[in-house]
Design a protein around this ligand. Sequence first.
Ligand code: NAD
Ligand code: G6P
Ligand code: MN
Length: 445
Amino acid sequence: MVREKQSVVIAGGGSTYTAGIVMMLINNQDRFPLRKLKLYDNDKSRQDIVAKACEVIIQERAPEIEFAATTDPEEAFSDVDFVMAHIRVGGLKMREKDEKIPLKHGVVGQETCGPGGIAYGMRSIKGVIELVDYMEKYSPNAWMLNYSNPAAIVAEATRRMRPESKIINICDMPVAIKKSIADILGLKDENEIVDRYYGLNHFGWWTEMRDKEGNDLMPILRDHVRKYGYTAVVDENNPLLEEASWKDTFLKVRDVQGVDQATMPNTYLKYYLYPDYVVAHSNPDYTRANEVMDHREKIVFAECRRIAANQTAVDTSIEAGEHAEFIVQLAGALAYNTYERMLLIVKNEGAIANISEDAMVEVPCIVSKRGYEPLCMGKIPHFQKGMIEQQVAVEKLVVDAYQQQSYEKLWQAISLSKTVPSATVAKQILDELIEANKEYWPTLV
Ligand code: NAD
Ligand code: G6P
Ligand code: MN
């Protein structure tokens, strides 16, 4: 089959993940051929660092692809088939505040969970909606595949504010976990695992994992997880695990899984089930944002600068991991009608039978040219139902607060988060977050 060539814009061109996605796209010209590739960002100097390296990579490996980097929305969003979005409104500097302010009050400080995730949600909504509007104005038939976090809150906001838009919110965590599990079980890769999974973004459980022949992988996995969590015995195979905080998260799965032994958890449940442990093991003066600025950001940007200086990427260390593979695989399924099964964040509409219809849930979907079709995961038990309903309410209250500019709704959202002990603490955190986010949030009354 001759595959029609695609035009892609990566929004958040200056992201630490852009070069990896570009590498993935270039390596997969047989599966997902490109005619055009553009980078778009609202920070030219940051994007330039990445763009100069991408230009060299494309010149060297696929010079037939037309390449451009721009901060002009019209140039960026015109004539595209896919928008791959991963913006971080406020940057890592604001992430640092999201993490440090709650921690000062003895509460989990995390990018997407608890008060930090709520603060980030209040910043992200406007930025992501702006991207959707650019896409609809300049390329109304395109799809937006959105990684921008906090994906759960962004998904609720886009469902409400742009209900007809062709946007699919996604997360690479289940894929990264399945990659680890494939390593643990000696399978070729994560695509060898057929799963049943339900929940919200960064808040879900696997009820089944089977190999392609239908053999149940859960019993042997359970034995491993009890001892090692999701860490493969040989850690070096997983670059994520080189970082201390990720290593801890993958190991802590031992305890998270212990709470419900029938299922396998998403790693992010650690923040909701063991917040006391997380706070005790956090350094309020040096959080994950600091680790990312000192590690991933430095490494990626140094490599981009090196490629631009040498005008060659033949020996580059930039890799296209499962994060890049997942978004390109999704675009391929939509473009070429592959009917692949992928976990996406979509409107529930009965996929989880005993959760409200309008919750944005993460479930397996069949993806084809006509979009996605969620699979029905049936009724879920009290434990998960209780947790999910509480978290859905938190996410909906954040979007209420954004739309209604309501202090009370945001106070309720933070108070309701399972990571927060009381409305008193919630209010103290909220008041500091308002001060820190003056430039980004709507004024709350
Ligand atoms: P980063 O700060 O390195 O890059 C984000 C880029 O977005 C920056 O270059 C910034 O200038 C740009 N940007 C910010 N606001 C913008 C706007 N309104 N319009 C255009 N560009 C804008 O961040 P990162 O660490 O590379 O992460 C990027 C995003 O991807 C984050 O939201 C992160 O949480 C998310 N992410 C999500 C998943 C997932 O599973 N969903 C996985 C990995 C990363
Ligand atoms: C996972 C999650 C993402 C998160 C990413 C990066 O992949 O699915 O939602 O943004 O980790 O986290 P980090 O702390 O490394 O920036
Ligand atoms: Mn994620």
